[in-house]
Design a protein around this ligand. Structure first.
Ligand SMILES: Cc1cc2nc3c(=O)[nH]c(=O)nc-3n(C[C@H](O)[C@H](O)[C@H](O)COP(=O)(O)OP(=O)(O)OC[C@H]3O[C@@H](n4cnc5c(N)ncnc54)[C@H](O)[C@@H]3O)c2cc1C
Length: 429
């Protein structure tokens, strides 16, 4: 009788391999081996996606973020938090509603993620009022409450920011509100961490490994994170990160002004935020001070190689100061403030003003969650988590957000179209 062999004979090998692969399959089926998902970017989108993916069995999530744990270096850290639920298309309204519902349930350090204070749109001319009434009808069709108001009622809704000189009437959306983006992001990170997500901070992704047509790993310098799926949730840096996998993302980073006044000393009011769509201006009482933003200036694109590692840019005074001055003139004279803090923050725009959400064509396992506002971030993250795990997303119309919808179109044309959308930020092409 021959002695038992130490190694495998060549005859044994195929049988053993078949056994091992059936064992691996069985372990996967019983959930002992997880699907590895790496999310690049830990802003509001990456944090929300991690929190939703963790709810699914057998998914192991790692979030890799270039910035530190205690500071949001991306656009999320600069967003003043206006959340208007009504989009021009049902899919955007659906994402906004799902997001607000999520934020309303979150809190961090005793601060709530969302205040449903309402949003007031104000018209300065009869033509402007007709457009607001068109939007109010759209809201009713979408099942969102919208109340048409005359000048006195609009001023009563927000007596500080709305004056008779710039208001012939308005529409109040009582379900709109204001999000604390940093509170929401911190709460989502906590929730994802306690469900097992691994966060890696101060780590810039430098390479994405693709073998054949399938993603394999994300690299941070010499360190590799093996991945079955990789999600690009990098906001304005999305195109630079997609390029690491040889893919184009049609997204244009644009600088935008938002200014804060001095502490006003009034008690915090739960008043709605205000938008003047004809003037491309919006404002709110942050509780301790007023804040105001404007799109009423020539759009300022920021080249990908000019972005740096934070979303804030130097204030371009010649372009932004006159626009802010015009915007402040919409406030009642006694409320026009001297800006104490000026933010020139960069966010993403696309040629049709819609986000890029879903699988990236031609590379299996590569996904985009890009060009998303705070307004839509959590709803979009939940929808993407559902797509990735084969669950049917509850929001119809998501195919309109396919990242590959601009394939074959010229980059300079896409940038021009994105910049033309800037002033009419609430419209879609
Ligand atoms: C001035 C201003 C006002 C705004 N106002 C509003 C508003 O009122 N309402 C609203 O809904 N939205 C608003 N927005 C838009 C909103 O802030 C953004 O759309 C949103 O925060 C984007 O979130 P994000 O997670 O996609 O991106 P980000 O918050 O930018 O997060 C992306 C993350 O990716 C990380 N990253 C990038 N590259 C790498 C890499 N190579 N490796 C690892 N990590 C990487 C970055 O460090 C960053 O933290 C505003 C934006 C600005 C700038």
């Amino acid at each position: 009788m021959p002695p038992p062999t130490q190694g495998r004979s060549s005859a044994q090998q195929p049988a053993d391999e078949a056994y091992i692969s059936s064992l691996v399959m069985a372990i996967c089926l019983y959930g002992a081996v997880s699907r590895q998902v790496v999310i690049i970017g830990g802003g509001i989108v990456g944090a929300a996606l991690a929190a939703y993916l963790c709810e699914h069995e057998g998914v192991d999530v790692t979030v890799i973020e270039r910035g530190p744990n205690n500071r949001l270096v991306g656009s999320t850290g600069l967003a003043p938090g206006f959340v208007g639920l009504l989009g021009e298309t049902p899919v955007m309204t659906g994402l906004a509603r799902a997001s607000a519902d999520c934020y309303e349930r979150l809190e961090h350090d005793s601060l709530s993620g969302f205040d449903r204070v309402g949003g007031l749109e104000v018209a300065s001319t009869p033509a402007g009022m007709a457009d607001l009434e068109r939007r109010a009808a759209l809201a009713h069709d979408a099942g969102l409450p919208a109340h048409v108001c005359d000048t006195a009622q609009a001023m009563e809704c927000e007596p500080v920011l709305v004056g008779p000189d710039s208001c012939v009437g308005g529409v109040l959306y009582p379900d709109d509100g204001t999000a604390r983006a940093e509170v929401v992001t911190a709460a989502l990170k906590d929730s994802a961490s306690s469900a097992g997500t691994h966060f890696v901070f101060d780590a810039a992704v430098t390479a994405i490994d693709v073998r054949g047509d399938q993603v394999r790993a994300v690299r941070v310098g010499e360190e590799a994170f093996v991945a079955d799926d990789i999600v690009i949730a990098c906001g304005i840096w999305g195109p630079a990160v997609a390029a690491l996998a040889g893919r184009l993302l049609a997204l244009t980073p644009v600088a935008h002004p938002y200014v804060y006044g001095a502490v006003h000393g009034r008690s915090a009011a739960r008043s709605p935020f205000v938008r003047w769509p004809e003037h491309h201006v919006y404002a709110r009482d942050h509780g301790d001070r007023l804040g105001l933003g404007t799109y009423d200036h020539a759009p300022l694109a920021v080249a990908i190689d000019q972005l740096g590692a934070v979303a804030g840019q130097p204030w371009p005074a010649a372009l932004f100061d006159p626009a802010v001055a015009r915007a402040l003139d919409l406030l009642p004279p006694d409320q026009r403030f001297a800006p104490e803090r000026r933010v020139s923050g960069v966010f993403s725009m696309t040629a049709d003003n819609l986000p890029l959400l879903g699988p990236i064509e031609e590379v299996r396992g590569l996904w985009a969650a890009e060009a998303l506002w705070v307004t839509h971030a959590a709803g979009a993250a939940r929808a993407l988590a559902q797509m990735m795990t084969g669950t049917s997303p509850g929001i119809p119309g998501l195919e309109a957000l396919r990242p590959g919808r601009f394939t074959g179109q010229r980059a300079d044309d896409l940038n021009d179209r994105a910049l033309r959308m800037y002033r009419d930020i609430y419209a879609t092409a």
